[in-house]
Design a protein around this ligand. Structure first.
Ligand code: SF4
Length: 500
């Protein structure tokens, strides 16, 4: 669909975010022209008007209206609510009317229905408080009009997560960020600097990262916390050479009781950065799990998306990792890559399954504005085609013994579909669950890492590190002062007897 040809008009209401999210369920991948205060632009062929009429007085009903002109077709809906209708009810009603008109005009039924949130499983678990998951799933499905297949996926995932979720606020996760990659994949919007421009920063970055790990280790000790999961991610952590990797992992081992952690993952990621020497360092330093992410098992697709490695390098990296002794390997695939199609995705899936990794994560292509692919209009797969790819994975992986254990949705994903982690029983990655579930504190080290402190009541405090490596290095001392915020929250939790 052409960008710039769609106007989303907000008139007399503040529900822009949810209204836009609802419109994107049906019209993904376009840049809406957002028009506030009901000003309708001229010469734009597709107009989505959403309107709330102000109360003339406190006793008048609230009038809501949706009027759409889409590809020459028109649709309209109106509703009235009592004068004292809650804002959330008004928002929900307006979005539901927008959904209904778009559904009528396009004939499309979004698989997740009206649900726009990125954490369906968390929503289900919240709705299940005080009752069974099955009862909550029934209500959730009706409320959001979720398809049977997606509701079943969320329910199965929630059943697997429930016994794994943490119960003590003393247990935390630790994330260590290495934001470097050899080249930038065309769909990537992550802070990841190409090796060519950022390589020189790596030694200074490693020094500062180790300093920060020491600071966090000290805090963890003083507040009596236990690190349950460690995740070194990126970027591509194996962009570091073996000695640099060793330095970072030694810092982690020196300052954190890693041997007490339930799991320790290093995202090796791209096959062009994986060597036997690095794998041996990772294993020797105590990591229990790695990721080797092909994304596709077709060389021409790898080339199209700017990953400068081959399928053969993926196969070699996997074989080396097994030879080095890794018995917990994750592999990522992406459904909907440009240059790929349903048959190609099916082949990638079966080739990865044949390798028999312990977990397989299936993402749906998401292209954010900052990705080079967003500018190029290179997304070629249709929504139904990508839906069928996701469905294929959801059928074949459980049949092969990999069960869904975490799932989340991303904005700008084709078809507003989901990313799903599938794992063999007992190989579910706690960190992946926790990052989505938001029920456990995660301390973050490194650039663009965020620390998320979760108080037992559920209150979340976020403390962000600088986004770019040069800022992280240059303003490190300033950033360390911000660690006081983390200390203050931990102290408060401790004083309230929540932590110790
Ligand atoms: S490997 Fe990951 S983080 Fe690095 S450029 Fe590609 S998508 Fe981005």
């Amino acid at each position: 669909m052409e960008k710039g040809n769609y106007a989303l008009v907000f008139c007399g209401h503040p529900f822009g975010y949810e209204v836009q999210a609802t419109a994107k369920l049906f019209i993904p991948g376009v840049r809406f022209i957002l028009c506030e205060d009901g000003v309708i632009p001229e010469e734009i062929p597709n107009i989505l008007l959403t309107e709330r009429t102000e109360n003339a007085d406190r006793h008048s009903p609230v009038c809501l209206r949706v009027q759409i002109l889409l590809h020459g077709q028109q649709g309209e809906k109106q509703d009235t609510l009592p004068p004292d209708a809650d804002r959330s009810v008004q928002e929900w009603t307006l979005c539901r009317m927008l959904y209904d008109v778009l559904h009528e005009l396009t004939g499309y039924t979004p698989p997740w229905g009206l649900l726009t949130g990125i954490r369906p499983v968390r929503r289900l678990l919240q709705m299940a408080e005080g009752r069974s998951l099955e009862e909550a799933a029934e209500e959730m499905q009706q409320c959001y009009r979720i398809s049977d297949a997606k509701m079943q996926l969320a329910l199965t995932t929630a059943r697997i997560q429930q016994p794994i979720l943490p119960h003590s606020s003393k247990e935390i996760g630790l994330y260590i960020s290495v934001p470097f990659c050899p080249t930038r994949c065309s769909y990537c919007s992550f802070v990841s600097h190409s090796m060519e421009t950022a390589y020189k920063l790596i030694p200074a970055y490693v020094d500062k990262l180790c300093e920060e790990i020491a600071v966090l280790g000290d805090m963890i000790r003083r507040y009596g916390l236990t690190v349950q999961s460690v995740y070194i991610g990126g970027g591509t952590p194996t962009s570091l050479n073996a000695a640099q990797l060793r330095t970072v992992m030694e810092a982690a081992a020196a300052h954190i009781a890693i041997d007490r952690a339930r799991e320790y993952t290093v995202e090796a990621g791209r096959a062009d950065t994986i060597t036997e020497e690095k794998l041996r360092v990772i294993r020797e330093m105590g990591a229990t799990r790695i990721s080797i992410n092909p994304q596709t098992m077709h060389d021409h697709v790898l080339e199209t998306i700017g990953r400068r490695h081959t399928v053969q390098q993926v196969l070699d990296a996997f074989e080396t990792a097994r030879a080095v002794g890794f018995d917990d390997i994750n592999m990522d695939l992406i459904a909907g890559l440009p240059g790929d199609d349903e048959a190609g995705f099916a082949e990638s899936l079966s080739r990865v399954m044949a390798l028999d990794p312990e977990s397989i994560t299936v993402h749906t292509l998401s292209v954010k504005r900052s990705a080079t692919m967003y500018q190029s209009d290179a997304v070629q797969n249709t929504v139904p085609a990508v839906e069928r790819m996701a469905e294929l994975a959801a059928r074949q992986l459980p049949a092969g013994g990999w069960m869904p254990y975490y799932l989340y949705r991303q904005k700008n994903t084709i078809g507003n579909l989901e990313n799903v982690g599938y794992a063999k029983p007992g190989k579910e990655n706690l960190y992946n669950i926790l990052i989505m579930d938001e029920t456990q504190t995660i301390l973050g080290a490194g650039c663009a890492a965020s620390t998320k402190l979760i108080a037992p009541g559920g209150d979340i405090t976020r403390v962000m590190n600088y986004k770019f490596p040069y800022e992280y290095i240059d303003r490190f001392d300033l950033m360390m002062e911000k660690k006081q915020e983390i200390e203050a929250v931990l102290r408060k939790m401790q004083e309230e007897n929540h932590v110790s």
